[in-house]
Write a protein of this length. Sequence first.
Length: 357
Amino acid sequence: MFDKIEDILRKFEDITMELNDPSVIADQERFRKLMKEQKNLEPLVECYNEYKKCKETIDESLAMLDEESDPEMKEMLKDELQTAKDKIPELEDKLKILLLPKDPNDDKNVIVEIRAGVGGDEAALFAADMYRVYTRYAERQNWRVETMSVEDIGIGGIKTVSFMIKGNGAYSRLKFESGVHRVQRIPATESGGRIHTSAITVAIMPEVEDVEVEIDMNDCKFDVFRASGNGGQCVNTTDSAVRLTHFPTGIVISCQDEKSQQQNKAKALRVLRAKLYELEQEKKHNNEAELRRSQVGNGDRSEKIRTYNFHQGRVTDHRIGLTLYKIDQIMDGDIDEIIDSLIAADQAEKLSKVENS
């Protein structure tokens, strides 16, 4: 492990030197690429430097203890020695995690698609609730939300909504949210007080660049129509909304949030690119069944991942057996505890696989 870390440290130093080279500074594309690479390596380098500092503290404290005669000074050195010793296993575990292969999509923005499933109006109302959960979470992270399309049902519910979340590491934090989210609660329209079970599906897709997914425009058909629902004068009175049909896959995307056809076309193509990328990733995952089974969440939209039980005030993530009795905070976008637990479980599984291989 440490030989590999030393190699990474040398690479980090080489990158730092390159970034000070005037010819590299002049080449903005190369400069940005090296800056990104340096930023990705920084957490590992900082952790390793802290590890080496702890090792040095242990060696120095042991050497000074042999020579020191003052009882008070010896006690202080023993405390320093123990603190450094206690920190070593923690730093070694952190280094192992930082050495795990990084998901190349982790730093990307995400496109989120929420669809009401079984449960009729109640499912649509829950879809609207979950839309708010993710937009509130994005606000807490200082990320930007860009709505792409919304199909509402007129009573505050949403049949389907697509939106982009732009922010550093958005995909790394939200990627385990894909799947079926189930709600158990008494609908406002239920006079008998019976608990209903409804469900929605959530898809989290990384935003992909043009170079990653090539789209043949001959495979696409654009239809324009007048936007409906909330919007300004231009949105509702001109044929600015766009419906994109991709013939090979049958994917249909509608975008009506922007004022111009061109802007809505651009958004529709971004969503299509993400969906085609997701299909390609799914094929790859299906060919790697063992890897798929080892993941905490495989991103399959048919997998029931979480239950929100309002009567009991609990939220349960079925993949890791986590139950939290703080449904009000979670529905207000406070989902960090769930996300952190999923990431930790995923890292633990990957570490176990590496150690047993």
